[in-house]
Ligand binder design. Structure first.
Ligand SMILES: O=C1O[C@H](COP(=O)(O)O)[C@@H](O)[C@H](O)[C@H]1O
Length: 232
């Protein structure tokens, strides 16, 4: 499916525009179906977007927020994506939203993935909104180059749900929604910032193996068009 590039002068303008679009999608979902679902990314990029979105007045009590991926660490760990969302998105107007964590207290990441899959089964089929990020290695969600479960994660036949991922560039073991869970979101966004990531995106748009740059799976095979939001 084709992608569309939305470029902005700076991160603040991007955050305003993306937050308005996402709030509109969530509000439409609530009007149409009585509830809305959104899966967001972690990392360093989405902070300003989260803060802006958190201030927009929609029926947040009818919105479920989850993560596209998470480290296998509890929510008080500074590297937790849950912590980032709690501090920046589950605030202000959005404080009444429901949050569905991927991390679960379990002996292993594999056990946590099973529990998370069961808990998220009633949301996101499809998600109303998915916000992807991208690392400079071309990973998105926790689809890491060289990841031990990458083939399974990207296989469109792998069912919706959460699986584990371990990879050299990933640090802790990860929990990630599968490709099939994310690719058909009613609004599918790739949010990236910086000249470096634009160069990575341009490379990802060239021919090459998906396994080298897993973002290619989304750019090439997602059922929904990828709306790319970029600022320098
Ligand atoms: O590991 C992760 O990194 C990517 C990109 O993060 P950024 O710091 O370069 O913005 C992120 O999309 C993903 O959710 C996160 O777990």
């Amino acid at each position: 499916m084709a992608s569309t590039m939305h470029s902005f002068a700076n991160g603040a303008e991007l955050a305003e525009s993306l937050a308005a679009r996402v709030a509109d999608s969530l509000a439409s979902a609530v009007s149409a179906r009585g509830s809305a679902s959104i899966a967001v990314s972690g990392g360093s990029t989405p902070k300003a977007f989260f803060q802006t979105l958190s201030r927009l007045p929609i029926a947040w009590e009818k919105v479920t927020i989850t993560l596209v991926d998470e480290r296998f660490v509890p929510a008080d760990n500074p590297r937790s994506n849950h912590l980032l969302v709690a501090e920046n998105l589950l605030q202000n107007e959005a404080a009444t939203a429901h949050f569905m964590p991927l991390y679960q207290e379990a002996k292993t990441a594999a056990d946590a993935a099973k529990i998370a899959t069961e808990k998220v089964k009633d949301i996101g089929a499809p998600f109303d909104v998915v916000i992807l990020g991208m690392g400079t290695d071309g990973h998105t969600a926790s689809f890491f180059p060289g990841g031990n479960n990458l083939v399974q994660a990207l296989d469109p036949a792998t069912p919706r749900g959460v699986i584990t991922m371990e990879a050299e560039g990933a640090g802790e073991p990860r929990l990630t929604f599968t490709f099939s869970s994310l690719q058909d979101a009613r609004l599918l966004v790739l949010h990236i910032e910086g000249e470096g990531k634009k160069t990575v995106l341009e490379k990802a748009e060239e021919p090459g193996e998906e396994a080298e740059m897993p973002i290619r799976a989304m750019l090439r095979r997602a059922a929904s068009p990828v709306e790319i939001y970029w600022a320098p």
